[in-house]
Design a protein. Structure first.
Length: 480
């Protein structure tokens, strides 16, 4: 079985402890590889490598940095099949989704930031004959990137690409739950000629490896994507150290469907926004509000389509619902179904774990689940479940549904379905949400600001926002 290695100073190395953790295939419920059980000593050596490379990398021209990253993007494309298969086995997501979304988006993240850096300009402020100011944008030095398990390579590259393109050296930690594609990626970095020390990938537990990055006095910026509770604990350590922090956290996204929507399009996209990746995308819409005149028609069609979804081996082409990521996560999701019953909800479809036959008999599968009859402010409608479980409820007025939509502590993304453009503009602007999709979902232009409001995060990623985060501005004022 593969022993995953850390990638430090340009080489694949074993953890200092010599210890490894089990890595599970969630579709089979069995260990299939081992993850380095790294600790603060590994982070220290990753930091030293990054520190040693930082002046060289910052002095490398943007074009050279871009060229190396473009080679890396091409290598992802060249190895897309192997990476998609690895992502599916490691995470439980369908190989179809990994092939169409995760892996292509990983290479486009790298391509995007590799080319964007060539067009990144800083400001100049002219003081009418008194002075002229210009802003230098300098790399921070060594930065930390910590990413989650739900879109492993996709979100890993989303963080490291802007950090590297803007001239920083990186100490990165992928989720211990899904380390495989970051490991394969580190091999591609070597093949692409990434200079030693520029990117360092340390695997292991969040509480050890992630915490060691957060607390490291010389790692001056942390870009983190993960749960709100983890984000809070990172901020508690990093803020008093005056680190720059970008936190992309949890969500409880509303999907608001007005009676004047394009019904078929809304239904089809709601299937995806509810159950893609087993509902384990931070942008999935988990609370569905439908205007009363079409409520029953929509609900019945949605339930019928959901019943027809095939839960199965993620490697089968016909499978639309793969495995949830871990045994613990499966138990957490199912506990919310029980809570929904206690809170008075009716399970319209799903609600149970699925025991498959054959090699996936011990996998972590859950039926796609729709729950009706809950109040907007119950726990199931307020807390992030992060699984194939959605609630559905009717509404009568715009004001009423706005209150429902904005009632949670989160504000990551919202989806609105209406053919009335005036309403879309008026209503969209009132949503407390970092992203509002109207008549679409998960459409991503990488130039746009990405991030949440309220407890869904601090800061924005994407486009030049990411470069602004990963650089320090210095204003130079020249008297005339
Ligand atoms: P976690 O917060 O559990 O973990 C995220 C990362 O942080 C992992 O690499 C984890 O390591 C690490 N970590 C855990 N504890 C610490 C710590 N004390 N210090 C530093 N790092 C730590 O999130 P999940 O991986 O469970 O991801 C799911 C969450 O991510 C959901 O809440 C989801 O909404 C959110 N998310 C947000 C997105 C956004 O853009 N806003 C996008 C995608 C997901 P390890 O796994 O090894 O423990």
């Amino acid at each position: 079985m593969t022993h995953i290695q850390n990638y430090i100073n340009g080489a694949l190395v074993a953890p200092k402890s010599g210890e490894y953790l089990d890595n599970y295939n969630p579709a089979k419920g069995e260990v299939y590889s081992y993850i380095p059980d790294s600790n603060s000593e590994d982070i220290e050596s990753a930091y030293s490598a990054a520190e040693g490379a930082k002046e060289m990398w910052a002095a490398t021209s943007k074009q050279e940095r871009s060229d190396i990253m473009m080679r890396l993007a091409q290598l992802i494309d060249d190895n897309a099949k192997e990476l998609a298969l690895a992502e599916s086995i490691d995470n439980g997501k369908t190989v179809k989704l990994a092939s169409h979304v995760d892996i292509p988006r990983a290479s486009s993240n790298i391509r995007f930031f590799a080319t964007a850096i060539l067009h990144y300009a800083s400001e100049s402020h002219d003081m009418d004959g008194i002075a002229i100011n210009y802003t230098l944008r300098k790399p921070i030095g060594v930065v930390g990137c910590i990413s989650p398990w739900n879109l492993p390579l996709y979100l890993f590259t989303w963080k490291i690409a802007p950090a590297l393109a803007s001239g920083n050296c990186v100490v990165a930690k992928p989720s211990e739950v899904t380390p495989m594609t970051a490991y394969l990626f580190s091999k591609l970095c070597i093949e692409a000629g990434m200079p030693a020390g520029v990117l360092n990938i340390v695997h292991g537990l969040g509480a050890k490896v992630g915490a060691a990055i957060t607390v490291h006095p010389k790692i001056k910026a942390i870009s983190f994507t993960g749960g709100t509770a983890t984000g809070k604990s990172i901020a508690a350590v990093a803020a008093p150290m005056f680190k720059k922090l970008s936190l992309e956290l949890g969500g409880k996204n509303p999907n608001i469907i007005f009676a004047d929507c394009d019904f078929d399009k809304a239904l089809k996209t709601t299937m995806a926004s509810s159950f893609a990746n087993q509902g384990q995308i931070c942008l999935c819409g988990s609370r569905i509000f439908v205007e009363r005149p079409i409520y029953e028609k929509f609900r019945d069609a949605f339930v019928a389509k959901t019943k027809a979804m095939k839960v199965g081996n993620p490697l089968d082409k016909e499978t639309s619902i793969g495995a949830t990521v871990s045994k613990e996560h499966k138990a957490k999701i199912l506990s919310y179904v029980e809570l929904a019953k206690e809170e008075g909800g009716t399970i319209l479809t799903g609600g149970k774990e699925v025991i498959l036959e054959g090699e996936c008999a011990n996998g972590y599968f859950i039926e796609p689940t729709i729950i009706e009859g809950l109040s907007f402010d119950c726990r199931v409608n307020q807390e992030e479940i992060f699984g194939p479980v959605v609630t559905i409820m009717p509404f009568d007025t715009e004001e009423e549904v706005l209150g429902y939509a904005n009632s949670t502590e989160y504000g990551l993304a919202a989806t609105v379905w209406t053919e009335n453009i005036t309403r879309a503009n008026r209503f969209g602007a009132k949503l407390e949400s970092g992203i509002v999709w109207v008549n679409c979902w998960l459409v991503r232009d990488l130039r746009t600001p990405f991030g949440g409001v309220k407890n869904s995060g601090v800061g924005r990623e994407g486009g030049f926002h990411a470069f602004n985060f990963f650089t320090e501005p210095t204003n130079v004022c020249i008297g005339l």
